[in-house]
Ligand binder design. Structure first.
Ligand SMILES: [Zn+2]
Length: 100
């Protein structure tokens, strides 16, 4: 999917170089608790371990942000359909935050 930035640039949410994942601080403890639980209580078989991993992946702890390659704005998705744009200070307008 592509989103149109305030500058008119097209930003793809499928391009790893323009995208980063993050987790809200409020969810960090829950995230680690679920990982601990998957490791400690998944059961001995590889099938049980795989099921625990898949259950963990189904929980959507992560949000993502995009960066426009043209103007370097950061783009955050809020509750659907809200989208927020943050324009960098002038001295940060050359930064590619998610590369390398
Ligand atoms: Zn832009």
């Amino acid at each position: 999917m592509k989103i149109t930035c305030k500058c008119g640039g097209a930003v793809s949410d499928n391009a790893p170089a323009s995208k980063a994942s993050y987790i809200k601080s409020l969810n960090v403890d829950k995230f680690w608790e679920r990982i601990d639980d998957a490791i400690e209580n998944s059961g001995p078989s590889s099938k049980e371990k795989e099921a625990a991993c898949m259950n963990l992946r189904r929980i959507n702890f992560f949000n993502f942000m995009l960066q426009c390659s043209k103007c370097k704005r950061l783009i955050f998705y809020g509750k659907d359909p809200d989208v927020y744009f943050f324009k960098p200070e002038a001295d940060a307008q050359q930064s590619n935050l998610f590369y390398g």
